[in-house]
Design a protein around this ligand. Structure first.
Ligand code: ARG
Length: 492
């Protein structure tokens, strides 16, 4: 009897394994391998959002190449100063982001053949006194962080006030709002930005640099570079690249508000339509909202579990003197996590710990924010445990219950109830802390607002909308917590 049962379950397991192998094998056959392209998509005409999708010259070139080489293309939007790191750490196979070939970058990655000549230009308000590059000294200059424009200004205008922005669109927004006097930007995007706001800003037609764009590929990925160079050469020779460039020459200009209506409400309405309705831009907020909620929820879950374990170890050590090594480890964890900023932890987990691994970014977020939150939760719960009268433990023990049982059934439930408000607060803090997830190119709520901002060049509406959504979640959550607390009180 027993034997036939074991045999049956063994056959069943074997069958399941076979099924799993078959489905993955079959699945693989149909699917083409994916080529991941890192970019920063506020750089029209090379990469920009249109109808919710990233498109542009770089995207089209790389897609054509990928197609020829038998890959499906996946485009990942991140900060410009992360695209090269992404290639180095295997988060992407190729960086295509209007990247200028420079000697320093060559040390880190390999470049393909260049495909475009480029240069930096100065953008100023139409009525600016700045007439040439010599007038830039001592002025407030905006650049996109980590770009050749950034390097050029830092090297040549030591007396100027350098303002580094996450992207060119933000620098332009600052210029239009008189926060800075000039922007130094690559010529093609500069011209497009100016075309969007011809009454407000203009370019000075004086090239500051001479540059070449190429794609970046990890040094060890020689074969891919050779394949891509072969395709690039063909496309340069047969005019495909020129065709692609021509196709995008009107890029980005559709973002401009069609006509500025007069009257306060008409203006607000027009801005609302531009920021949220047009091209279904509200979807950036909706999608981002869910990512934020999912990340915060699971991170708090992970944080609570970690926090509980650490708190129990630490207070057991405090009360009994046992678990010395575990306690020391917990202490180290608390010191490191509470002593470093969460953005840095997130970046370390993504780029250093998961180096050379392509992991789901939401998962990275959950792990990073969970580990971070665990440290704070641990101290909250420990203070809860310590606040319970010592007599309770003694009473429990004298009734013959083990330490574990008293802890689990007497101390922890009371401690939990006492610290509930503090835990709720921790969730609120965490929810808002996840807003730095954009650093690893996760499209959370804040990043959703950023994307809209970069498309509409309007700072007010997207920022206010994002703030209101966070606020609504926090208010709602505080209400729920209040109800829960009341319920717990009633049961006392
Ligand atoms: N060409 C400049 C550089 O390599 C700027 C590129 C910015 N690209 C972008 N997609 N934002 O530094």
């Amino acid at each position: 009897m027993k034997q036939s049962k074991t045999l049956k379950s063994m056959i069943r397991i074997l069958f399941l394994i076979l099924l799993a192998v078959c489905t993955t094998a079959c699945g693989k056959k149909e699917k083409r391998p994916v080529l991941k392209m890192a970019t920063e998509a506020t750089f029209p005409p090379y990469e920009y959002y249109a109808n919710g999708k990233i498109c542009g010259i770089d995207v089209d070139i790389v897609r054509t190449i990928a197609d020829h080489l038998g890959y499906d293309l996946q485009v990942i939007d991140m900060k410009f100063d992360a695209v090269i790191t992404a290639v180095r750490t295997a988060k992407a196979d190729i960086a295509a982001s209007g990247i200028t070939v420079t000697a320093d970058r060559k040390k880190m990655i390999d470049f393909t053949l260049p495909y475009v000549q480029a240069y930096q230009l100065i953008i100023v308000p139409v009525d600016s006194k700045i007439k040439s590059k010599d007038d830039l000294h001592g002025k407030r200059i905006g650049v996109q962080q980590g770009t050749t424009g950034d390097l050029f200004v830092a090297d040549n205008y030591k007396k100027s006030k350098l303002n580094r922005f996450d992207n060119g669109a933000l620098a332009i927004a600052a210029l239009r709002n008189n926060k800075i006097d000039a922007v130094v930007l690559d010529a093609d995007p500069a011209k497009i930005h100016v075309r969007t706001y011809p009454k407000e800003i203009k370019v000075l037609n004086e090239p500051l640099t001479g540059e070449e764009y190429a794609f970046a590929i990890a040094k060890h990925n020689k074969k891919l570079r050779i394949d891509i160079n072969r395709e690039l050469k063909r496309m340069l020779d047969d005019g495909t690249i020129n065709e692609i460039i021509a196709k995008h020459k009107n890029a980005g200009s559709s973002s401009a508000p069609a006509e500025v209506k007069s009257g306060f409400f008409a203006k607000i309405k027009a801005a609302f339509v531009l920021n949220f309705v047009k091209d279904k831009r509200y979807m950036y907020l909706v999608d981002g909202f869910w990512i934020t909620i999912i990340m915060a929820f699971f991170a708090v879950l992970l944080g609570t579990i970690l926090g509980f374990i650490v708190a129990v170890i630490r207070s057991t050590h405090d009360m009994t003197g046992k678990l010395k090594i575990c306690n020391a480890l917990c202490h180290l964890y608390l010191t490191v996590i509470r002593g470093t900023p969460v953005v840095v932890q997130l970046l370390i987990i993504y780029f250093v710990i998961f180096n050379n691994l392509d992991v789901n970014k939401v998962l990275v977020g959950i792990i990073a924010f969970g580990i971070n939150s665990g440290a704070y939760v641990a101290e909250i719960i420990r203070s809860g445990i310590m606040s319970i009268d010592k007599g309770q433990m003694e009473a429990g023990r004298s009734l013959g219950l083990s330490y574990k049982k008293v802890m689990l059934f007497v101390i922890l439930p009371q401690a939990f109830k006492n610290v509930l408000p503090a835990l709720g607060n921790e969730f609120i803090v965490l929810l808002k802390e996840t807003s730095v997830a954009g650093y690893i190119a996760l499209q959370d709520l804040t990043k959703g607002g950023d994307i809209i901002r970069s498309q509409t060049y309007d700072a007010f509406m997207p920022l206010i909308a994002v703030a209101l959504i966070y606020l609504a979640v926090v208010v709602l959550f505080t209400k729920l917590l209040g109800i829960l607390e009341k319920g717990l009180k009633k049961n006392e």
